[in-house]
Write a protein that binds this ligand. Sequence first.
Ligand code: PEP
Length: 239
Amino acid sequence: MRQMIAGNWKMNGTLAGIAAYAAALGQGVAGVDLLICPPYPLIGPLRAACAPGIAVGAQDCAVEQSGAHTGDVAAGLLAEIGASHIILGHSERRADHNERSALVRDKSRTAIAAGLTPIICVGETLAERDAGEAETVVRAQLAGSLPDGFTGLVAYEPVWAIGTGKTATETDVQAMHATIRAALKKQLGEPGETMLILYGGSVKPTNAATLLATPEVGGALVGGASLTATDFMAIAEAA
Ligand code: PEP
């Protein structure tokens, strides 16, 4: 199965940097799906600058389709300016904006109705892992965040491994991805058997090959290392 390497620029990137970044990605890497999720204002310019085979996505959207919601951005508009995918339920949104799984599920419905493919993020905090609750937390997030008939991707991102330089061990990743696979099958039936499960959390060129070769890892969601095109390409080449 083709793996996906997705970049989450978070609140980074500039209009001035788009051309060089897109040029460095070129046509991408054969056999691997590449996706870049920049801040909203850079979606259109990045879409225009990148080769058609490289997907561009958003990092969030409003739960409503349109209306009086100052500062929010409609999924339909994101699709219109060239986004094909959308990250939803990232731990930074769950923590900084108090987003609960029910809201993530509703946003996912809105995004799918607009033609976007959601990447739903789940993952436990260090305190939850230390308390032996990691699997319970992740199962509950999946049950709450995925709408019935969900079509999209899931990203396992242990909160303690995001932006910290700490990567989950191969054993931890394999165990949690197996847990997620079992939950997806139970929740979604047949589509849950093949749905891509990305790993995210301090993925770098130096650890990508090992992580991407781990059973049930369908690709990577990359934060910090996606800001440098050469690092992002090196990760994609490891897939
Ligand atoms: C992320 O925020 O999705 C992420 C995985 O970040 P980093 O790669 O920087 O840990």
